[in-house]
Design a protein around this ligand. Structure first.
Ligand code: ADP
Ligand code: ZN
Length: 603
């Protein structure tokens, strides 16, 4: 029997980390001692080590079930790079390669085997496993077993039998899905009712949440945001394929390295985009929500929503693709009232009344988040049942508390204008009238003759959009979906037009500082501009390309950043860098040490 290494020793020597994070230690001890564990941790929380370390500490082979074929290879490559004997079996392997893996498994040469769920449950495969010493079963993305969840996979259902087939062998299930109903269901279906449950908070403190009301030039807003992100990996989500195509094209025209990704594209084209993005050969993917499922890229620095997602569940999952490596990242939502109107329209067209109600409730929560004037993170976590207990200091509301102003006169004019237009027109036309525009429509309806015509000419279009949006939100106006989104007065209107009530509104978001230096100061992802980091990144890219793996398989951004800070000069110093273990030191240490040395030598 092999001499057992302690979990700490494996953490340090194999993975190159100095301490466990959060509940990793407790989870690992539980599994090492042979008990079942059920682990809920947010994305980037460090779930992988929770089963990888026990598999290395215990005797036998660890079986890891993972739903996404595309992820298995990257994970196995990353383990191999750290010197761990890992392999995978799925339908992407040639018959020859699959046989070779089976031989290695039978010869006890593999410590961690990744398999697709349908493969694991094949009777012959189960028989084969019974011949082996198994250290543990890990079920990654365990929420896929539940129909309540958002990613139900029929091939996961049979995994419920594992617990019965292999009594005495620990099973660890892991997921990032927050909601309680799904969690209970997953536990039941996997037969993990006696498992120790570990629930970490769902906060992603390294993600900065930003919301901007859509102005009349949303593309300009997106560009300004991406400019601030710099030369880093970003995802831009749009709701329709057509929007994806146009935004991607406009970004390319504007000099950005961007490509489109949506379900209407040929699958070869989609794979190519995904692969380039993983390899850092493409900076920006503009995509529908279909993009991201098979992506485990840790160094996505920004996620932008060009359109409002349908609910907070989707929003949280999509923004969660930023900053898996724990480094500062940003999520920006462009929030437009027309998106809300459109989403409501779709919901109202749903046949099923119960469904309509649920979707409508979820949409309200989404809008509530976008219009929040209190800490966004509190609103977000509160929705998932978690109380942060303080303001986060890392969202747009915390960073730039919104000022309110006395908008009684603006509100008066806006409401009077709606009244004088007979409550038959939408926001855009009403604002045109207020601003004294000369449009065909105004001429057609002779709206130059309306008393409020031109009474708001001194204010910008965006100012009025903000006023109207807030009046709707506060209930002074409503948009009638059944009548082409025309504006209607409400019972609250009366007091304002009789000038019996003061209306306080929040000022539109202050404009970003214009000078380059100020902009850089406001940029949380600024570390990536450090020259040595850039040099190390180029070294990593060269090694990754030579080995045909994504760069993060070699070292994470967090590791390169630590290296750039510590500037190790010897192999021993290199070992002190977070994420550098013995194997990686031997394999990759030299080129990085050389790069650091020559960067430090004045030319
Ligand atoms: P998850 O699967 O929960 O999304 P991962 O297991 O991919 O998260 O871990 C996220 C990142 O955190 C990875 O880059 C990983 O190397 C790093 N990490 C995990 N545990 C530690 C630790 N104890 N110390 C330092 N970095 C860690
Ligand atoms: Zn906040």
């Amino acid at each position: 029997m092999a001499v057992r290494q302690s979990p700490e020793a494996v953490l340090r020597d194999v993975f190159g980390f100095s301490s466990f994070r959060g509940q990793q230690r407790e989870v690992i001890d539980t599994v090492v001692n042979g008990s079942d564990a059920f682990v809920l941790m947010p994305t980037g929380g460090g779930k992988s080590l929770c089963f990888q370390i026990p598999a290395l500490v215990r005797d036998g082979i660890g079986i890891v079930v993972s739903p996404l074929i595309s992820l298995m290879k990257d994970q196995v490559d990353a383990l191999n790079a750290a010197g761990v004997e890992a392999a995978y079996l799925n339908s992407s392997l040639s018959a020859d390669r699959a046989r070779a893996v089976a031989r290695e498994v039978a010869a006890d040469e593999i410590k961690l085997l990744y398999v697709a769920p349908e493969r694991l449950m094949m009777p012959e495969f189960l028989d084969q496993l019974r011949e082996l010493e198994i250290s543990l079963f890990a079920i990654d993305e365990a929420h896929c077993v539940s129909q309540w969840g958002h990613d139900f996979r029929p091939e996961y259902v049979q995994l419920g039998q594992i617990r019965r087939h292999f009594p005495g062998i620990p099973v660890i299930a892991l997921t990032a899905t927050a909601d309680e109903q799904t969690r209970k269901d997953v536990q039941n279906r996997l037969g993990l009712n006696d498992a120790r449950v570990f629930i970490a908070g769902f906060d992603r403190p390294n993600i900065r949440y930003l919301v901007e009301p859509k102005t009349s030039n949303p593309f300009g807003q997106l560009k300004a945001f991406l400019d601030g992100v710099g030369d880093e990996s970003s995802i831009v989500y749009c709701l329709s394929r057509k929007r994806v195509e146009t935004v991607a094209e406009k970004l390319r025209d504007g000099g950005f390295d961007a490509a489109a990704y949506h379900a209407g594209m040929a699958s070869a084209d989609r794979s190519r985009v995904q692969e380039k993005f993983l390899r850092d050969d493409l900076k920006i993917v503009v995509a529908t929500v279909a993009f991201g499922m098979g992506i485990d890229k840790p160094n996505v620095r920004a996620v932008a929503h060009y359109d409002m997602p349908k609910n907070l569940e989707g929003y949280y999952q999509e923004t969660g693709r930023a900053g898996r490596d724990g480094l500062p990242s940003q999520a920006m939502l462009l929030f437009g009232m027309s998106d809300v109107v459109f989403a409501r329209k779709l919901i109202n067209e749903m046949e099923n009344a119960a469904q309509r109600q649920i979707e409508s409730h979820k949409l309200d929560a989404m809008v509530g988040f976008a219009e929040a004037i209190t800490c966004r993170r509190r609103v977000l976590l509160g929705y998932f049942g978690e109380d942060l207990g303080r303001d986060c200091g890392n969202c747009d509301v915390c960073l730039k508390p919104r000022e309110t102003y006395d908008a009684t006169e603006d509100a008066y004019r806006a409401l009077m204008c709606v009244y004088q237009l007979g409550q038959k027109f939408g926001m855009q036309h009403t604002i045109d009238v207020l601003r004294g525009a000369d449009t065909t429509r105004i001429r057609q309806f002779r709206h130059q003759n309306v008393e409020m015509y031109g009474k708001g000419a001194s204010q910008s279009l965006d100012h009025w959009l903000s006023v109207f949006r807030q009046l709707v939100h506060l209930g002074y106006l409503r948009q009638d979906i059944a009548d082409f989104s025309s504006l209607k007065l409400t019972p609250l209107t009366k007091k304002v037009v009789r000038r019996e009530e003061t209306v306080m509104l929040t000022k539109p978001m202050p404009k970003e500082p214009k000078s380059k230096r100020e902009r850089r100061g406001a940029r949380p992802a600024g570390f990536t501009e450090e020259p040595l980091f850039q040099i190390l990144r180029a070294v990593r890219k060269g090694l990754a390309d030579a080995q045909e793996v994504p760069p993060f398989v070699i070292f994470s951004d967090a590791t390169l950043l630590d290296m750039a800070n510590k500037k190790p000069a010897t192999p021993d110093e290199m070992l002190a860098v977070s994420g550098v273990g013995y194997h990686k030191l031997v394999k990759y240490g030299t080129p990085f040490l050389a790069a650091i040395q020559s960067a430090g030598t004045p030319a």
